[in-house]
Design a binder for this molecule. Structure first.
Ligand code: ADP
Ligand code: MG
Length: 275
């Protein structure tokens, strides 16, 4: 047996099922979704909008309970939020009345713990926010706020970092910069990362593996290995292999939903508005 198959996954998702109770009835968001995240790897989760990605990530963080199934951290089931698991959301969620330093200290205050100042200084330097500790969120660009949110999460030295479309609201140039930053941080810390994105390019740039979910209810449709060496230079990202893999994953997601637009006859509405 190979070593890989005997290693306990850092994070195990076992037949995760989540039903939301809504005003219009039960909504099945995840249906027996299973996957393993190995120690020190970066796994991206992609899938159509509304397929259950955020639901899956929240479950992995222990922020909400599954209806059935289990989440295992280092082989042990989790039933609530854990200090070993950091999370970064699409919005930076910085407290507007606190400056950057005070925002980064906030989780430590809640936990009644002393922050590791040297580590935080290192992180701030790593993400290019040296000297910005006294600034308030409104004084920072979206990209800088998101970098601060990453520092806030990493300040607690999590062994797993969960990221839910963290750069979805940023312009594409800043987004590429942020992707390089995550790669650098990972090369530095080897933190296990689960990264949700709707950008296949971003997923391939960052990940060791890309997990494709089905349309809702979310289940694992496919898992792709991303075998390209790191750091992933522009040259690597421009190769035919990357292009082919990108298209393959795109076809998985879009292909099954795209139907030929060839209605046999115009709908009643179109007929009515015709002159
Ligand atoms: P994704 O992140 O892939 O876009 P989500 O996990 O946010 O998908 O949502 C999956 C499905 O569950 C969607 O149909 C969404 O409307 C529904 N949903 C998400 N959160 C809730 C909630 N708190 N209550 C009810 N329905 C929800
Ligand atoms: Mg989402």
């Amino acid at each position: 047996m190979s070593t890989a198959s005997t290693t306990t996954p850092k994070l195990g998702v076992q037949a995760a099922t989540k039903v939301y109770q809504t005003a219009s009835g039960d909504l099945l968001a995840l249906d027996r979704c299973s996957l393993d995240v190995r120690p020190n790897e970066i796994v991206s989760i992609v899938g159509p909008s509304g397929c259950g990605k955020t639901t899956l990530l929240w479950s992995m963080s222990g922020l909400h309970r599954l209806t059935a199934g289990a989440i295992l951290l280092d082989g042990k089931e989790i039933t609530g939020p854990r200090p070993e698991i950091g999370i970064v959301f699409q919005e930076a969620n910085l407290l507007p009345w606190r400056n950057l330093d005070a925002n980064i200290n906030f989780p430590f205050e809640i936990k009644g713990e002393k922050p590791d100042r040297a580590w935080i200084a290192h992180l701030l330097n790593r993400v290019g926010l040296d000297g910005f500790g006294g600034k308030f969120p409104r004084e920072l660009s979206g990209g800088m706020q998101q970098r601060a949110a990453i520092v806030r999460a990493l300040a607690l030295k999590p062994s797993v970092l969960l990221m839910d479309e963290p750069f979805g609201a940023l312009d594409s140039f800043t987004r590429e910069e942020m992707n390089r930053l995550v790669e650098e941080i990972w090369l530095d810390t080897k933190t296990t990362i689960v990264f949700i994105t709707h950008s296949i390019e971003e997923a391939i740039f960052l990940s060791d593996r890309v997990v494709v979910l089905t349309t809702r209810p979310g289940r694992v449709a496919k898992v792709y290995d991303v075998p390209f060496p790191r750091p992933r230079s522009l040259e690597i990202m421009a190769t035919k292999e990357v292009f082919d893999l990108t298209n393959k994953i795109k076809m998985d997601i879009v292909g099954e939903r795209v139907r030929p637009i060839a209605p046999e006859r115009p709908s009643a509405e179109i007929v009515r508005i015709r002159p």
